[in-house]
Design a protein around this ligand. Structure first.
Ligand code: RIB
Length: 344
C-alpha cells in the first residue's frame, strides 16, 4: 500500500447517516447553522466527532468563502521582534477563527515574490507584509487580484493599502536626544546594509536630533553598515566600522537590539567598556534587552500591539470593503545601564 492510500477523510454522507439526518441538514450546520434547530445541530456535531469529520476548506472556498489561513511575510521570523509581532497577530486572528502562516525573506526581494505567489496560489484569506523593497507595486498587484494586504512596520502615506507601523523617525530622535542630553557629541548609527524604510527612518530621526542640537550629521555622526548574519559576524563588522573612525564615537545607536547584543560582544572583545567608554542604545526592546550586562537602553516598540492592530486591519478588509487605514504607533525610550555621560 502506498503512503496515504486507504486513508480517507470522513464524508458528509457518513455524518448524515451517523446523525440520522439528510446531507442538506449537515450542509446547513456547516454553512448556515442559524437555519438548524440547536438540538439537531448538536446531534450533527456529535456525529462529526464520532466519524472524525474535518470540514474541507477548499470546498468552502469554492463556494466563495474566504480561507481562514492568513499569510505573513517578514524579514526574519527568528528575530524576537517578529516573534512578538506574530503573537499579536495570532491572538487577534484566533478570535476570528483564523490561523497564521509566517514566511521569512531575509530581506531578499525574490523570496518575497515567491512567497507572495505561493500564498496567492493557496488562496489565503489575506497577507500581512513587512516589505523588502521600497516600491509597493508588487503588493498593489496582489491587492488588485482580490487578496487583502496590510503593510507591517511600514508607514504608508497613501490610502490604497492598510498599514500598521511605529513612528521610526521619532524613535531615532528619542535615541539620539538621549545621548546628546548626556553630553555625547560624536555618535554612530549601526544599520543593516540592505535597509528597509523603517531603518532609514531611524537615521532621519537621528539627523533631526543632531541638527536640533546645532550639530552637523556629516561630522557628528558615523553610519556603519552591517550585513545581518551571526552575532560574531555582526560584531566584527560593527567593530571594524567603529575602530576605523578617526575620532571614535562615544555613543552608538543600533538599528535593533540584536545588533546591540552583537556590538556589546565586539566591544568587550576589544576591551572597550560599556557605558564608561562607549554608551550603547538598541531598538525594539525585545525580551533579552533588560537581561544584558549592562542592561540595554533601547527604544521600545509596542510590538505585540502592532501585530494585533495589523491583524485587526486585515480582518476588517477580509470581512467587507472598507476604508483603508494607516495606523502609527509611538515608540518610547527605555533608559537602562548601557548609557551614561561620556568620560571627561
Ligand atoms: O529587529 C528588526 C528590526 O527591523 C525592527 O526594529 C523592525 O522595526 C525592523 O525595522
Amino acid at each position: 500500500m502506498q503512503a496515504g492510500e486507504g486513508i480517507r477523510r470522513a464524508s458528509i454522507r457518513q455524518v448524515a447517516a451517523a446523525a440520522g439526518v439528510s446531507m442538506s441538514t449537515v450542509s446547513n450546520v456547516l454553512n448556515n447553522p442559524h437555519r438548524v434547530l440547536a438540538s439537531t445541530r448538536r446531534r450533527v456535531e456529535e456525529a462529526m466527532d464520532q466519524v472524525g469529520y474535518v470540514r474541507n476548506s477548499a470546498a468552502r472556498q469554492l463556494r466563495g468563502a474566504r480561507s481562514r489561513v492568513i499569510g505573513c511575510i517578514v524579514p526574519n521570523s527568528a528575530n524576537p521582534f517578529y516573534a512578538a509581532l506574530a503573537r499579536g497577530m495570532e491572538d487577534r486572528l484566533a478570535e476570528a477563527g483564523c490561523v497564521l502562516v509566517q514566511c521569512s525573506t531575509d530581506a531578499q526581494s525574490e523570496r518575497e515574490a515567491r512567497y507572495l505567489q505561493i500564498l496567492q496560489e493557496q488562496d489565503v484569506g489575506g497577507i500581512m507584509v513587512s516589505p523588502v523593497s521600497v516600491g509597493l507595486e508588487r503588493l498593489l498587484t496582489v491587492r488588485g487580484r482580490g487578496t487583502p494586504v496590510v503593510l507591517l512596520d511600514r508607514e504608508r502615506d497613501h490610502t490604497d493599502l492598510c498599514a500598521a507601523s511605529v513612528d521610526n523617525v521619532a524613535g531615532g530622535e528619542l535615541a539620539a536626544r538621549h545621548l546628546l542630553g548626556l553630553g555625547h557629541r560624536r555618535l554612530a548609527y549601526i544599520r543593516a546594509e540592505k535597509t528597509v524604510p523603517s531603518i532609514s527612518d531611524r537615521a532621519k530621526g537621528i539627523d533631526k536630533a543632531l541638527r536640533s542640537a546645532g550639530l552637523e550629521p556629516a561630522t557628528a555622526l558615523t553610519e556603519v553598515h552591517v550585513t545581518p548574519a551571526t552575532t560574531d559576524a555582526v560584531a566584527s563588522q560593527a567593530m571594524a566600522g567603529l575602530l576605523a573612525c578617526e575620532e571614535r564615537p562615544t555613543g552608538v545607536i543600533c538599528f535593533n537590539d540584536h545588533t546591540a547584543l552583537a556590538l556589546l560582544r565586539g566591544l568587550r572583545q576589544h576591551g572597550i567598556r560599556v557605558p564608561s567608554e562607549m554608551s550603547l542604545v538598541g531598538y525594539d526592546d525585545v525580551d533579552f534587552a533588560a537581561e544584558l550586562s549592562p542592561s540595554l537602553t533601547t527604544v521600545r516598540q509596542p510590538t505585540y500591539q502592532l501585530g494585533h492592530a495589523a491583524a485587526d486591519l486585515l480582518l476588517s478588509e477580509y470581512r467587507s470593503a472598507h476604508t483603508h487605514q494607516q495606523m502609527l504607533f509611538k515608540p518610547e525610550l527605555v533608559i537602562r545601564d548601557s548609557t551614561r555621560a561620556p568620560q571627561a
